[in-house]
Design a protein around this ligand. Structure first.
Ligand code: ADP
Ligand code: MG
Length: 217
């Protein structure tokens, strides 16, 4: 089960600033949820706490019935797509996508079929042997998404910085993420401060302000 439950989630920084303030929310298995709110309202902090990049001050995060608070990020079955997707520039696309599976000791045949399946799905089968540094930004972004989905994550976290560069790329990226949500039934948490974009997705929107949820529509 890939439902995500936030219970009284709070983040207080050492300087006393409360960036996420007692947020409770239930996200269903397979759901695509958009977090929308002005810059600084705590959207990224929530994603980072779910992803394990940021300590939780108080409250609980559950994936299904598992308490995530004390599970190491690499064991959380989550994938994160952020702007500075750290691809290895001197490795080819295939090796970049395979890396996470290799680190988890998946058999070669499984790695191969998953990478090829994801590449086919994202339309990058033809560039798998190319080094990252030789790829266009659009293809780098697809490789980064491919790397996320080959691990068959239960939840995909996408922050708004991912594909900021231009509108066409952004629409393409959104199409890919909507398709991943459809095909793999991956639960998606998508952050944007762009209201038109949030509405255009026709998905559940969680409205935030000053670290709190102000509405769900
Ligand atoms: P959003 O993603 O919605 O733009 P963030 O989650 O990045 O907002 O940040 C929420 C708030 O937390 C912001 O006001 C930001 O300045 C503050 N913040 C982020 N990191 C720190 C930190 N290390 N110390 C103090 N405040 C921080
Ligand atoms: Mg942010």
């Amino acid at each position: 089960m890939a439902s995500v439950t936030l219970e009284h989630l709070t983040k207080t920084y050492p300087n006393g600033f409360i960036s996420v303030n007692d947020v409770s929310l239930q996200i269903e298995d397979g759901e695509f949820v958009v977090f929308h709110g002005p810059s600084g309202c705590g959207k990224s902090t929530i994603l980072r706490m779910i992803g394990g990049l940021e300590d939780i001050t108080s409250g609980e995060i559950y994936l299904g019935t598992d308490l995530l608070n004390d599970i190491l990020p690499r064991d959380r079955r989550l994938a994160m797509a952020f702007q500075n997707y750290t691809l290895y520039r001197h490795f080819n696309a295939y090796d970049n996508m395979a890396l996470g599976l290799r680190l988890r000791d998946f058999p070669r045949t499984v790695i191969d079929s998953r990478v090829k399946d994801a590449a086919n799905f994202l339309g990058i089968s033809g560039i798998l042997d190319k080094k990252i540094k030789a790829l266009s930004d659009a293809d780098k972004q697809r490789v980064a998404l491919g790397r996320a989905i080959v691990c068959h994550p239960k939840v995909l976290l996408v922050d708004e910085d991912f594909a900021r560069q231009n509108d066409d790329r952004r629409r393409e990226m959104l199409r890919d993420i909507l398709a991943i949500n459809e095909k793999y039934k991956t639960t998606v948490l998508y952050v944007t401060n762009d209201y038109d974009e949030a509405v255009s997705l026709k998905k559940k929107i969680v409205y935030m302000k000053d670290g709190k949820i102000t509405g769900i529509g």
